[in-house]
Design a protein around this ligand. Structure first.
Ligand SMILES: CC1=C(CCC(=O)O)c2cc3nc(cc4[nH]c(cc5[nH]c(cc1n2)c(C)c5CCC(=O)O)c(CCC(=O)O)c4C)C(CCC(=O)O)=C3C
Ligand SMILES: [Fe+2]
Length: 375
């Protein structure tokens, strides 16, 4: 383990997230930001707007990021890591460009980015890097001296990400009535993406069917299922399933959908299902609407007992994992030999996304990767 008190050459951490509305008036402009140039059907947008209005127009994601910021600052202070932490979003205030401008004005020259997305894919990685490139281009036009920006590697298989989710699944199982607990199946849930995006996710040449996106999720699902079996002595059958599909109906996306899966399991006589949202870092709208509202309503209709397990959120173990990842990356940048920490069969992900990693349909500049136009 490298000395995690030394983050040099980095002089700041940037928490980069999705952003979400904080009141009813924010909902439509937020959705316009998210979907600009992305060809999402108007019907789907109206529907998704309703999800937000159901919760007073407020997404929980911003408060969850504020809690994560506090957890990171607390963990860093407790471990003598003197690294300022900033926060910027892709789709809502505080906007990434404004935060990066503030960082430059504060004199930050080497920025390490923590994205609130744990896996490879265009939506979960390159799109964040494209938004970083856009922000850098704006600052360049403003005549500011650009910082060097790197992104922390995918942390899906870090114990600080996996272990809180193991606890979450164990808690959900414990909440089920005893007579159906041991028969419960686990549905590991993540965001559906177009199969074409899944198949090309990760570094070029490493793609199998489903690409890095599906392989990484399967690795995490297996790790959690194994840990649950070790702790309970019960082998709960499990499957990776998908949610939150959008886009035109004729374009294939990853399946099965969680609601279809619940129907199918119910028909097969399964007594209960734990839904484990491993694809998400916090209990944001995709979790509290798509799982806690929509999928739970489907389960109710079927008479199928379900529980939804916790995401990592601001768990102190996740904050500690981020500190360790920063320590590893900083040591690597200083030329030290580092043994990266990772569980599972895939090993630690790359530090620097190679050229062609998680390609976009229409190529655009992306920062913090081997193909970055910025130093
Ligand atoms: C892989 C993935 C993650 C996980 C990784 C990560 O976390 O980044 C994620 C997270 C999130 N997605 C979110 C919200 C939305 N995503 C949309 C649309 C889309 N997401 C996609 C993928 C993902 N999305 C895709 C392929 C689309 C289709 C069009 C496009 O390629 O853009 C739309 C438009 C309407 C709709 O289609 O649903 C909205 C409103 C929020 C905020 C929630 C809140 O407010 O609490 C979060 C955290
Ligand atoms: Fe999304």
């Amino acid at each position: 383990m490298p000395d995690v008190r030394d983050a040099s050459p980095y002089d700041a951490l940037l928490l980069l997230s999705f952003g979400g509305p904080e009141g009813p008036d924010d909902v439509v402009p937020f959705l316009e930001n998210v979907t600009r140039g992305r060809g999402i059907p108007t019907e789907r947008l109206k529907e998704v707007g309703q999800h937000y209005f159901l919760f007073g127009g407020v997404s929980p994601i911003n408060d969850q990021n504020r809690a994560l910021l506090a957890a990171l600052r607390e963990d860093f202070a407790a471990h003598g890591l003197d690294l300022p932490v900033y926060w910027g979003n892709r789709n809502w205030a505080p906007y990434l460009t404004d935060t990066l401008r503030e960082m430059v004005r504060d004199g930050r020259r080497r920025v390490l980015v923590l994205a609130t997305s744990a896996y490879a894919s265009y939506s979960g990685c390159r799109q964040y890097r494209e938004n970083l490139a856009d922000a850098l281009a704006t600052l360049e036009q403003e005549g500011l001296e650009l910082p060097k920006v790197d992104k922390l590697r995918h942390y899906f298989n870090h114990p600080g990400f996996v272990e809180p989710m193991v606890d979450g699944v164990l808690r959900s199982l414990a909440e089920l009535p005893e007579d159906i607990r041991d028969g419960a199946h686990i549905a590991f849930c993540t965001h559906s993406i177009p199969t074409a995006a899944a198949d090309t996710s990760g570094p070029a040449g490493e793609h199998g069917d489903g690409g890095a996106y599906v392989r990484q999720h399967l690795d995490v699902a297996r790790l959690i299922a194994d840990a649950v079996r070790e702790r309970t002595g019960v082998d709960h059958p499990w499957q990776l399933v998908y949610q939150s599909r959008s886009g035109a109906p004729h374009i294939p996306w990853l399946e099965p959908d969680i609601c279809d899966h619940l129907e199918e399991r119910h028909a097969a006589g399964v007594p209960a299902v734990v839904m484990a949202p491993i694809g998400f870092v916090s209990d944001h709208m995709e979790v509290i609407y798509d799982l806690d509202t929509e999928a739970k309503a489907k389960a109710e209709e079927l008479g199928l007992p379900v529980r939804r397990s916790a995401t990592v959120g601001a768990d102190p173990r996740f904050a500690a994992a981020i500190r360790e990842l920063i320590g590893e990356r900083a040591a690597t940048e200083r030329g030290q030999d580092v043994t990266p920490c990772a569980l599972g069969a895939l090993g630690a992900s790359h530090d620097l996304c190679p050229v062609g990693c998680c390609p976009a349909r229409a190529p655009r500049p992306a920062a913090a990767g081997a193909d970055s136009p910025y130093a």
